[in-house]
Design a protein around this ligand. Structure first.
Ligand SMILES: O=C(O)[C@@H](CO)OP(=O)(O)O
Ligand SMILES: [Mn+2]
Ligand SMILES: [Mn+2]
Length: 558
């Protein structure tokens, strides 16, 4: 068991709801609710199953909050994302998330007093400080203003030589915005140079092609980053990062820029990582930093040939994996997401099956369980990963593995070996991020078909379903003005929205196993993702722990 201590794991029996029903928990990734128009791909797509669930409103279908403070983000302007969304779904409580914790640590200056900063700062005298991460103000994985503060703070605290290795975004922010972000950082670095700090950009690349893979989908992505950041080798060499990004954008978008290194007048890379250096990965979000963290930290490593394994002092902005304790040094302590619903339910004998395709696999396992990898109890849990397509942009295969996930979930339900069958269906999100409207419509239909398969199986075994989503994406594919009208750029081109949204998401409950008196309550109007865990515990026949956010359901006497 991952944790025990003094926690009392036994859940009280629900006074009215029975145990023993098979419950399907379906999370549609990137599936929000928005006004119907041509840029709402969920509306345009034929989504008969999801449409039919909506007919159950308000007793069996409603909207819940999935962004901002409802999921522990700093402000109501922060869109939701998978990490905070699945953390809230699984943990049943709202935790101040990485973005917020880093803000606080920077504002108070505590970040510079912690173990992690002290550890890396021992390299400042003789070595270089390297900062690696996503360069944007998207607020999903990292934030530009935090990097700016860290640059300044590190130099104030003794860093004399700094190298920035950035990943361009275009996924949480507009495509093309990378140029402005690089200019901003160049400007900051120039200011540091004026103060006598040798501060420069050393390398770059697009987040989806360089470094930020996740769940070990494609180690080549991390290797490309390693070669540029650590070895100082890349297919493209430039003397100026703004020029590099502008030039490489002629053939690729921000998400997929090829790797490049900055070289000096002798064509020599200005910032490879060498023995004695310090490295900070400045993303606060875990999933897309874990692979790099392993490469930077593990002595034994066979995922690709690192060529060199420099002796460095490495710290993450946060600790990314609570089970692996990875990385072992970090600047800010991660949210302590303890006593998750998955752990409670396992202690109470609930047999769980969780499944998704690789690109979302950790969402219904790792994130769901409070950023812990592995099982709580392998006897009672089975996690199945369906390999995602690799090396392509998902608009080229918009159906992704939805039907395969549907089939595996169906089989798990029909096997009667599990009490909870939990899946994430990736399409709305992964294809929505490409900005390809036609492909996203195909994606939404495929996701809907997978839901149908699962609900049909639940029908057969007399079970219960809970269908929800982690945040919006596919329901809005354009930027809009204040009145909600689509925006066009100066060339008359529609401004595509590749990011998540701040829209609420649906939750639907039902199935033949749902006790007749169960209704969605109407006295939790601000309900959000964190209210779902207690709801599911109730449906398994248990009362949720006291400090969980309230359940969304009530049982009325017939
Ligand atoms: O792809 C990702 O990393 C994020 C967007 O940055 O999406 P999601 O939160 O849905 O995983
Ligand atoms: Mn998501
Ligand atoms: Mn997403």
């Amino acid at each position: 068991m991952a944790s025990s201590g003094q926690v009392s794991w036994k859940l009280e029996d629900h006074p009215k709801l029975p145990k023993g029903k098979t419950i399907a928990v379906v999370v549609l990734d990137g599936w929000g609710e928005n006004k119907p128009d041509d840029y709402n791909c969920i509306h345009v797509a034929e989504t008969l199953t999801m449409d039919s669930l909506k007919q159950g409103a308000p007793e069996k279908w409603r909207l819940i909050r999935a962004h901002g403070t409802a999921v522990g983000l700093p402000t109501e302007e922060d869109m939701g994302n998978s990490e905070v969304g699945h953390n809230a779904l699984g943990a049943g409580r709202i935790f101040a998330q990485g973005a917020k914790l880093v803000d606080l640590a920077l504002a108070s200056g505590k970040i510079y007093e912690g173990e992690g900063f002290k550890y890396i700062s021992e390299s400042f005298e003789k070595g270089t400080l390297h900062l690696i991460g996503l360069l944007s103000d998207g607020g999903v994985h990292s934030r530009l203003d935090q990097l700016q503060l860290l640059l300044k703070g590190a130099s104030d605290h003794g860093a004399k030589r700094i190298r920035v290795h950035f990943l361009t975004d275009g996924r949480d922010v507009s495509d093309g915005s990378s140029v402005g972000f690089v200019e901003t950082i160049e400007n900051d670095l120039a200011n540091l140079r004026e103060k006598g700090v040798d501060a420069r950009i050393a390398s770059g690349g697009g987040r989806m092609y360089v470094t930020m893979d996740r769940y070990e989908n494609d180690w080549d992505v991390v290797k490309r980053g390693w070669d540029a950041q650590v070895l100082g080798e890349a297919p493209h060499k430039f003397t100026n990062a703004v020029e590099a990004v502008k030039k490489l954008r002629e053939n690729a978008n921000d998400q997929y820029l090829p790797p490049f290194v900055i070289v000096d007048e002798h064509n020599k890379a200005v910032g490879p990582i060498v023995d004695g250096d310090a490295v900070v990965t400045f993303n606060f979000r875990a999933d897309r930093m874990v692979m790099l963290a392993k490469a930077l930290e593990y002595q034994d490593f066979d995922k690709f040939d690192r060529v060199r394994f420099p002796k460095i002092r490495y710290a993450g902005m946060l600790q990314y994996d609570g089970e692996l304790k990875l990385p072992s040094h970090y600047l800010v302590s991660p949210p302590e997401i303890d006593r998750t619903s998955g752990e409670y339910l396992v202690y109470n004998g609930i047999r769980t099956f969780a499944c998704s395709e690789t690109v979302k696999f950790g969402h219904v396992t790792f994130f769901w369980n409070g950023n812990r990898s592995g099982y709580f109890n392998p006897e009672l849990e089975k996690y199945v990963e369906i390999p995602s397509d690799i090396g392509i942009s998902f608009n080229l295969q918009p159906k992704m593995k939805a039907l395969e996930i549907g089939e595996r979930a169906r089989d798990a339900i029909l096997s009667l070996k599990f009490d909870q069958v939990r899946v994430n269906i990736a399409n709305g999100d992964m294809v929505g991020h490409t900005g390809d409207i036609q492909a996203t419509i195909v994606a939404c239909k495929a996701a809907d078909e997978a839901v149908k398969m699962i609900l049909d199986a639940i029908e057969q075994v007399g079970g219960i379903y809970v269908v929800t989503a982690d945040h919006g994406n596919a329901e809005d594919m354009v930027k809009r003005d204040k009145c909600g009208q689509p925006l066009y750029d100066k060339n008359g081109q529609l401004q595509i929205l590749t990011s998540h949204t701040c829209h609420p998401v649906p939750i639907a409950i039902g199935g033949p196993g749902l006790a007749p008196g169960v209704r969605l309550r109407n006295d939790v109007p601000d309900g959000g993702l964190a209210n779902v865990a207690a709801t599911i515990m109730n449906l398994h026949g248990f009362v949720a722990p006291n400090d969980y956010e309230p359940t969304l359901i009530q049982v009325v006497d017939n």
